[in-house]
Ligand binder design. Structure first.
Ligand SMILES: [Fe+2]
Length: 287
């Protein structure tokens, strides 16, 4: 399938949060000042029930993006056609602005590692992943976004840096990038590289979305836990990213130790203020 030419101006949704079940009622009852919401696709791949009921109601008020964790684009197992079918059906139902997953593998030989594992950055892996992104995009009939994951190990076999690898994937597979600013920070600390080198290598026109999140610092390593507030060094890296990439839809991920919605709205306001200061006071946002 030939995808339409990449638009000169990227789609822009503004400032969003991850939709979590504890906030369903608050979001609906308070018409929360959020521009858009990102859902975990796997939570809604069922034929009915409470989550879909809420999702339909929330969709009436907010743009949505679908974010998955099960594509396992780097695995040597065949792509899961049943999973792709379910994703496509959900996309038909809620018409998301885009669909994303991670540049990783999550298992092999049918065994699920329940983790987003990094790949070996080799030419062989590149070709393998590009072919699979093409398959997924053909099936879904649209470009997908791939997100950089946090990592705690590297492979002796790697022939290039992570930033070279993800950039090559995006160019060769004609897909988009979900740049997780926190993940870059976490990996840069764990593997001792300069996160600005990473940002500066990423093709600007391929970046469709940013993630921001908190993590746990253990002294000589960082674990990407998504259970804390965003820390100052990640805010600083967000500023650097805005200067390079411009207006990019930004979303805050909180997956554990989930606070009241008001606390996350405070963080979202902070992101919005930073973007206004760096880009333009009139930056589009409902926040
Ligand atoms: Fe993320």
């Amino acid at each position: 399938m030939t995808l339409p030419v990449l638009p000169s101006e990227r789609a822009y949704l503004g400032f969003g949060l991850g939709l979590r079940p504890t906030h369903y009622e608050t979001i609906l009852n308070q018409s929360a000042p959020i521009d858009w919401l990102e859902i975990i696709s796997e939570n809604y791949l069922v034929p009915g029930g409470k989550p879909l009921h809420y999702l339909d109601r929330i969709r009436e008020r907010y743009p949505l993006a679908m974010h998955g964790v099960s594509l396992s684009i780097g695995s040597s197992d065949p792509l899961d056609r049943e999973y792709l079918k379910q994703l496509k059906a959900l996309a038909t139902r809620i018409e998301p602005a885009w669909i994303s997953d991670h540049l990783c593998w999550t298992g092999v030989n049918g065994v699920n590692a329940h983790d987003l594992l990094p790949l070996a950055y080799t030419e062989e892996t590149l070709k393998h992943v590009v072919a699979r992104v093409n398959q997924a995009q053909d099936f879904l009939g649209r470009r997908i976004l791939l997100e950089n994951v946090s990592s705690y190990v590297t492979y002796l076999e790697s022939e290039m840096s992570e930033w070279e690898f993800i950039s090559e994937i995006a160019q060769r597979a004609d897909c988009l990038i979900l740049l997780d600013i926190n993940n870059i920070y976490v990996s840069s600390f764990n593997h001792e590289f300069d996160p600005r080198t990473y940002l500066n290598a990423i093709p600007v026109e391929r970046v469709q979305q940013f993630h921001l999140a908190g993590h746990r610092h253990h002294g000589n390593y960082i674990i990407d836990t998504h259970d804390e507030a965003i820390v100052d060094p990640v805010w600083d890296l967000y500023k650097t990213a805005l200067r390079r990439f411009g207006k990019v839809s930004t979303m805050i991920e909180r997956d554990d130790n989930i606070p009241p919605l008001s606390e996350l709205l405070g963080e979202l306001q902070q992101a919005c203020e930073i973007a206004r200061n760096i880009l333009s006071p009139s930056i589009v946002s409902a926040v």
